[in-house]
Design a protein around this ligand. Structure first.
Ligand code: NAG
Ligand code: NAG
Ligand code: NAG
Length: 273
């Protein structure tokens, strides 16, 4: 469930309930209003906002190991990471500091379990290529199915199963809980989340140009190098012979001494190599 809170002129989007496994990390996005680009953002821990304690802020050094916060000002969103999850990591707020006014903020809940969470994703960061498709597995343990959403945009729901989000085609395969997005564009990049209704799980997609360089087996390089060396050796030998081939007989070479002269191949090698 996405909460869209509008308090006077404030606006914060965040997913409301995220599941995670003990000991792992989870990155949670939070998007804020463009007009608050230059404000301080923070992650605060506690059930009541007035009593919550800052976990990490964008204006202080990131010395805290347990939490990290980073900001993408082009997308107006935050990446808040909570590491080494414990059952105590439950109530949090994503906030934007407003001077002389109430901070713009939104509550979210973490559900940390020791077993496999009811909703999990293998990877939180995925890379797709322009024009390609990408398949993401949303492991979930409920019969209701999932919906796939882009943070701050629309969702493809279990009712529609296929649709598009900002022009990118989306197909949800309910039987294997896979979501496929095709015809990827650079604009398809961003935060998405799987939503079972009870839980959400965010994943960040980066769409880039497909690398053109083909993978070359190291063995091929060795063979190429070997053949090149052989060619150079043969060329050298030819040049060597060429130098005085006119005056030397068939089985002798012109050895490169101070005074080139014709000697047998064997003698030449013993003498000079
Ligand atoms: C479902 O998604 C997972 C993870 O991306 C992938 O490994 C698997 O092959 C997909 N299954 C199908 C049938 O596409
Ligand atoms: C879902 O995936 C299964 C297994 O790969 C496949 O047999 C089935 O046709 C897919 N369903 C849709 C609607 O694509
Ligand atoms: C979010 O922050 C974590 C921790 O710094 C990092 O590992 C992850 O890659 C970040 N995700 C994105 C989409 O920037």
């Amino acid at each position: 469930i996405i909460l869209h809170v509008s308090l006077m002129d404030t606006l914060v989007f965040i997913i409301s309930k995220v599941s995670g496994k003990t000991g792992t990390s989870v990155s949670i996005p939070c998007s804020y209003d463009v007009k608050h680009k230059n404000h301080v953002k923070f992650l605060c821990k506690g059930y009541y906002f007035n009593y919550c304690s800052f976990a990490v802020r964008t204006d202080s050094s990131q010395g805290i190991e347990k939490y990290s916060i980073s900001e993408d000002k082009t997308q107006n969103n935050l990446n808040m990471t909570i590491k080494r999850l414990t059952a105590d990591d439950t109530h949090f707020w994503c906030g934007v500091e407003i001077n002389n006014g109430a901070d713009d903020r939104q509550y979210f809940q973490l559900s940390v379990t020791t077993g496999t969470p009811s909703l999990s994703l293998a990877h939180q960061n995925v890379i797709g290529y322009i024009g390609d498709k990408i398949t993401i597995n949303c492991n979930y343990r409920n019969s209701g199915g999932v919906r796939w959403c882009k943070l701050g945009s629309t969702c493809v729901t279990k009712a529609t199963v296929s649709g598009n989000i900002d022009g990118t085609a989306v197909i949800i395969n309910m039987t294997i809980s896979n979501v496929t997005m095709s015809g990827l564009k650079p604009e398809s990049s961003g935060w998405y989340y799987c939503d079972t209704g009870d839980y959400q799980r965010p994943v960040h997609l980066t769409v880039t140009v497909k690398p053109t360089g083909k993978y070359v087996d190291p063995k091929v390089h060795i063979i190429t190098l070997g053949m090149l060396s052989l060619a150079v050796l043969v060329a050298l030998l030819m040049w060597f012979i060429q130098r005085c081939s006119k005056s030397c007989s068939l089985f002798s070479l012109c050895c490169d001494g101070l005074a080139p002269r014709c000697v047998s191949v064997i003698r030449c090698f013993i003498q000079y190599y």
